[in-house]
Design a protein around this ligand. Structure first.
Ligand SMILES: NC(=O)c1ccc[n+]([C@@H]2O[C@H](COP(=O)([O-])OP(=O)(O)OC[C@H]3O[C@@H](n4cnc5c(N)ncnc54)[C@H](OP(=O)(O)O)[C@@H]3O)[C@@H](O)[C@H]2O)c1
Length: 266
């Protein structure tokens, strides 16, 4: 049974978006910035500083001050993550915010040039898991440590994928990473009933990731699936899925930790 607790973001809100330099992350940043109340603060994270600056300029408003930080989230230490979050507060106290919200959007595809039955390079796998699973957990923990003072106002959105719950040929790195990441957030949601946790699956979206699949995959089935997405014009625009994510989030009808897909009935 879904809970039906409307989520009110109209108070002063602190909001982090990882992977905010382009694609879905940029669209999420733009859409959430429209919903936040006066004296809100956003922190945008990714590596590309110029593109982060562009996203920031799209989000800035009378209500929302936006900061951004170029950071390699696959390599950042726990201390670096903690400092980036703390420094972004820029004179605000944690208790100045009614709500603190984080979108774990950062993600990568992994090695698409290796058949699943030939995977053996654990360093390569570890690098993938660092960015997509381990460091996501570390960043989330730093966020929780800093904001536990307003625990009743903490909201976590993990950008997941259908691939977390349904196997896709040629994407063993991606599917297994997304599954592990989603399950971590489900366990957290199970333990922390006062934190709202959403696993939002954005559907197939027209971003750099789609072209990367077509460029790099050695799996014919995967190439066929993504080619037909492109040829049939079925890919969603980042704005469409970001708006849907906001709708799901605000309606608050999801069970804590639930996987909600763009195409799920409302
Ligand atoms: N596109 C789809 O169809 C689709 C479907 C389901 C789920 N998703 C998920 O949605 C999320 C966003 O995907 P997208 O399609 O928008 O991908 P994208 O266009 O490739 O964007 C990925 C974002 O992550 C950032 N990033 C990548 N590596 C990073 C690193 N080492 N350190 C810091 N930031 C890093 C990128 O910024 P920099 O390069 O500037 O660092 C970029 O902002 C991902 O979690 C993805 O798995 C996408």
């Amino acid at each position: 049974m879904a809970s039906s607790c409307f989520i009110d973001l109209s108070g002063p809100t602190y909001c982090v978006v990882s992977g905010a330099s382009h694609g879905i992350g940029r669209a999420i940043a733009v859409e959430i910035s429209k919903l936040l109340g006066p004296k809100s603060l956003m922190l945008l994270l990714a590596r590309n500083n110029d593109e982060l600056a562009k996203t920031a300029s799209l989000c800035q408003s009378d209500n929302v001050k936006v900061t951004y930080k170029s950071i390699d989230l696959g390599k950042a230490s726990v201390n670096e993550m903690n400092n980036v979050l703390k420094n972004s507060l820029d004179g605000y106290k944690v208790t100045d915010f009614a709500t603190s919200l984080i979108f774990h959007n950062v993600g990568s595809l992994g090695n698409l040039a290796i058949e699943t039955s030939r995977m053996e390079d654990s360093d390569d796998l570890r690098q993938y898991y660092d960015l997509n699973v381990f460091k996501v957990i570390s960043l989330n923990t730093q966020f929780l440590k800093i904001f536990e003072a307003i625990e009743d106002g903490i909201i976590i959105v993990n950008i997941t994928s259908l691939c977390a719950i349904k196997p896709m040929s040629g994407m063993a790195y991606y599917c297994s990473g997304k599954a592990a990441r989603e399950m971590y957030f489900k366990v957290l949601a199970e333990e922390k009933k006062n934190i709202r946790v959403l696993n939002y699956s954005p559907g197939p979206v027209e971003t750099a990731m789609i072209d990367q699949v077509l460029d790099e995959t050695v799996n014919d089935n995967l190439r066929d699936v993504f080619t037909s997405f492109k040829n049939q014009g079925t890919l969603l625009k980042p704005e469409m899925t970001a708006k849907k994510c906001m709708k799901v989030l605000q309606a608050g009808k999801f069970i804590n930790g639930e996987h909600v897909d763009y195409f799920d009935d409302e």
